[in-house]
Design a binder for this molecule. Structure first.
Ligand code: GSH
Length: 224
């Protein structure tokens, strides 16, 4: 069976799919797509929306959307059901966490895209969202170290790219998420995820990330 995963190193959504592949322990062909110079065949033949990730199955069917792809890979290839436990309540909790993460992610892009004069407001919004996520983490994970205690799951795979990228965001923007109780579980989780071998394998370099932030800012400014 040959699966082909189309990705870009800097894309956190593609990183979710790459993590799922590594955590499931399967081999896929990984094809890097240069988003600055996207090949015409990609939009024509693979994903009309032009976005990564996309996963081509051996019969030619193509899946898109990082969550769909990660779930498919784990449901099909994680025989131990370790990463998506079978218990319906655990699954419901994982889905709820992913919803919560979805509300947090825009605050990250808010900081990246903040214009002159709006930086403080964007950081305040981000920190408020981070505190909420920390509270949610305290609720679901106890002592951790992962989102659902000692079990690494789909929730961690989906969260790791954005949470680990906060390190880059802090450096790029010259601010730090405070090392205080309000952020303690979130900061500990970031560290734990950062050390996971699968995450280490797919981490983009700081320079790559900065270049992608600059492009995002330019695109945002041009769209105004
Ligand atoms: N909701 C999608 C989002 C994917 C996405 O936004 N990918 C971005 C890169 S991070 C992309 O491919 N953008 C197309 C472009 O930049 O041309 C998912 O979860 O897979």
């Amino acid at each position: 069976m040959t699966l082909t995963l189309y990705y870009s190193t800097i894309c956190p959504y593609a990183q979710r799919a790459r993590l799922a592949v590594r955590e499931a322990g399967i081999d896929v062909d990984e094809v890097g797509i240069d988003l600055r110079n996207k090949p015409e065949w990609y939009t024509r033949d693979i994903n009309p929306a032009g976005k990564v990730p996309a996963l081509k199955l051996d019969d030619g069917e193509i899946l898109v959307e990082s969550l769909v792809i990660a779930q498919y890979i784990l449901e099909k290839h994680d025989a131990s059901s370790r990463l998506i436990p079978e218990d319906p309540l655990t699954r419901a909790r994982i889905r709820l966490w992913i919803e919560r993460l979805g509300s947090f992610i825009p605050s990250i892009y808010g900081v990246i895209k903040a214009e002159e004069g709006g930086e403080q407001q964007a950081r305040d919004n981000f920190l408020a969202a981070a505190r909420q996520l920390n509270t949610e983490l305290e609720r679901v994970s106890g002592e951790g170290p992962y989102i659902f205690g000692d079990q690494f799951t789909l929730a961690d795979i989906v969260s790791a790219p954005h949470l680990v990228s906060l390190e880059t965001l802090e450096r790029y923007n010259g601010f730090t998420i405070p090392d205080t109780r309000e952020y303690a579980r979130l900061n500990a989780l970031r560290k734990t995820l950062r050390e996971r071998p699968s995450v280490q394998q797919i981490l983009p370099s700081y320079d790559e990330m900065v270049a992608s932030y600059e492009r995002l800012r330019a695109r945002y400014a041009a769209a105004k």
